[in-house]
Design a protein around this ligand. Structure first.
Ligand code: MF3
Ligand code: CO
Length: 249
């Protein structure tokens, strides 16, 4: 069941997403070669707590950290560790909080220092596909319009969209209906309505779309070892079209 939000609820979700965006923009400054991924997790958690927000992922289905850090061939749900980030890495940072009754959730992927032209293009196309999807998040459109816009942006560039993980509705729960696949057909699926809040999150592989989960039960990597990038925004559907609640400053 899709839960529609009233304008005052959207404002609460905006407050939550504003904290997520603040954390991601501060992380953007901190992510450099030589940094330990565990320290980024601690840093993100501390900012959230200081703002009176609860990290949304910690304890969610037993996930042990506040931040997901997905490096290179890691698609999503990479766990902070003693790993030291290196020049040339591409680093996905996925963060969420719970604040005053509502969840916020967003992801960015950053290049570290000098990275290959290939990796930069993957990052660029993945972010473009997110915005192509967001553009379709309009009252009266169909869910498949978002999915198809993401998919065609990605595939036209020669990349593939991950099938096994999807975007989601978000609100009083981190994951609500509808599920939002990053592949699909224009004109299909449920009708989009004003008051929906959607976390749209394309996960894009440079190679084939297949992924596998490592024995730690969390880390998702590309099956063929190719690079992967991930971007996510939480957006509200309003009378004036899509409103990006997690916009970074
Ligand atoms: N942004 C991811 C999602 O929406 C983060 C979930 S990680 C988890 O599913 F640890 F919380 F599962
Ligand atoms: Co999400």
């Amino acid at each position: 069941m899709v839960i529609l939000k009233l304008p005052d609820e959207i404002e609460k979700a905006r407050a939550s997403n504003r904290i997520v965006a603040e954390v991601l923009s501060k992380l953007r400054e901190k992510v450099k070669p030589g940094v330990k991924t565990k320290d980024l997790d601690k840093f993100a958690e501390e900012i959230a707590l200081k703002r009176g927000a609860k990290p949304a992922f910690k304890g969610y289905h037993g996930y042990p950290y506040s931040l997901c850090i997905s490096v290179n061939e890691v698609v999503v749900h990479g766990m902070p560790s003693d790993r030291i980030l290196e020049e040339g890495d591409i680093v996905g940072l996925d963060f969420g909080v719970y604040y005053q009754g509502y969840f916020g959730d967003a992801t960015i992927t950053l290049p570290l220092g000098k990275v290959s032209e290939k990796a930069l293009k993957l990052i660029r196309v993945t972010e473009q596909s997110l915005y192509a999807g967001i553009e379709q998040a309009v009252d009266g459109n169909r869910l498949g319009d978002i999915s198809a816009a993401v998919q065609s942006t990605v595939e036209d560039a020669g990349y593939s969209v991950v099938r096994d993980f999807v975007g989601h509705g978000i609100g009083k729960n981190l994951h609500e209906d509808p599920q939002i696949p990053n592949f699909g057909k224009k004109g299909r699926g449920i009708e989009l309505k004003k008051g929906m809040i959607l976390a749209i999150e394309p996960m894009v592989n440079a190679g084939k779309y297949r992924v596998k989960i490592l024995p730690d039960g969390w880390t998702v990597i590309t099956e063929d070892g190719s690079l992967s990038a991930h971007f996510e925004h939480s957006i509200a559907i309003t009378d004036n079209g899509p409103d990006i609640l997690s916009k970074l400053n």
